[in-house]
Design a protein around this ligand. Sequence first.
Ligand code: TYD
Ligand code: MG
Length: 458
Amino acid sequence: MAKDKTLYCCHACGGTSPKWLGKCPHCGAWNTLVETRAEPIASGKNRFDALAGSTGVVALADIEASQLQRSPTGVDELDRVLGGGIVAGGVVLIGGDPGIGKSTLLLQALDALQRAGLKTLYVSGEESGAQVALRARRLGLDGSQVNVLAEIQLEKILATLSAMQPDIAVIDSIQTVYSEQLSSAPGSVAQVRECAAHLTRAAKSGATSVVLVGHVTKEGALAGPRVLEHMVDTVLYFEGDTHSSFRLVRAIKNRFGAVNEIGVFAMTERGLKGVSNPSAIFLSQHAAPVPGSCVLVTQEGTRPLLVEIQALVDNGGPSPRRLSVGLERDRLAMLLAVLHRHAGVACMDQDVFVNAVGGVRVSEPAADLAVLLAIGSSLRGRALPKGFVTFGEVGLAGEVRPAPRGQERLREAAKLGFSVALVPKANAPKKPDPALAGLQIHAVERIEDAMALVRSLD
Ligand code: TYD
Ligand code: MG
């Protein structure tokens, strides 16, 4: 048995350090190291045993690559992010803020799977059986045959899994599960990691697919699901503003499918409903164009999505603020420097706020042009023309770079009735396209040309 040893573990990335440091040496986050104990695992095995069984040396060509056995969950938008359904023996982690809809979505999926003839198990650590039943009734899942176990002790959960051998088990949530073999508190990094490793091992040794639910906590009071990302096959995160009814589920890691695919749902009084044509849901409905608003055509996985980017530029104090919601803040500072240096538009003494409407997170650089045009529009107090859309990356030299799948983005904008598009030169259609008939397309190569062009459209 290994000796107990004090270790400091980062609750953001899961990295460890032998001594306490203000800054995590692995991910660079501040104040994330917490004291944990490196405890021996009950079975004495390596935690990573669960990830792949050990075999002798074999040539790659001689290994039989069996076809993945997938079960569609019956929730189309969830299947889309999973890459076609739950894989037998696969482990999925679903993270998201409390109250965003994780339990709701999984209960709906389990019910559909159970009705399709699979054996399902819902392990609830946060709600009693009665509460889960109440939720199921509310979701209209009367007569649901989903098996429910209200339990938080790992050993009992593992015993149930091995006795019952379900096709799919949901653990809601991994932070509530604890093992008596470890002395650290439930929800601590050590507990969460060890419990997840044991459940992963159970999934791989049987043919049970396991879905782990994890809360993302901003304060880091509980171990965030980030420490588990490397252990599991698929990582999905819920996004969206809990005040709006739309929710996005994004795949950020998927050993069995494409990443960055998104599923879009609307929260209704009867649970989450898939939105199969989501392109226009993130547009706010202004009666007339308003200054500081610019519509971006972003590409999420295989689907174009139109998102309104809003900017507010206002007189700041001695140290002006730069704040962004749904967009990267460091990139905002860089874009403001490019705007000043190459287009002569200065915001040094101004507060600049930017926001992607609807709680959606836009991480692709193709949002740059929309951010800058929204800032320019707010600064001038002039709205962009009615029916205006844009996309394109802006480089440090002031050049406007093309975005992938430009044609598809333009077609989606035209389909939704947009009439003016400002795009990078390389994304302008080379041949006439009948699908773009109603769209007037302006192509630019530099940020100063883009700013001049929108001024000429005033
Ligand atoms: P929940 O699935 O419990 O969130 P999580 O498991 O991620 O913490 O979702 C809870 C929220 O969803 C709650 O605020 C109420 C809302 N809700 C609906 O609007 N309609 C419904 O049918 C259900 C079941 C929940
Ligand atoms: Mg829940």
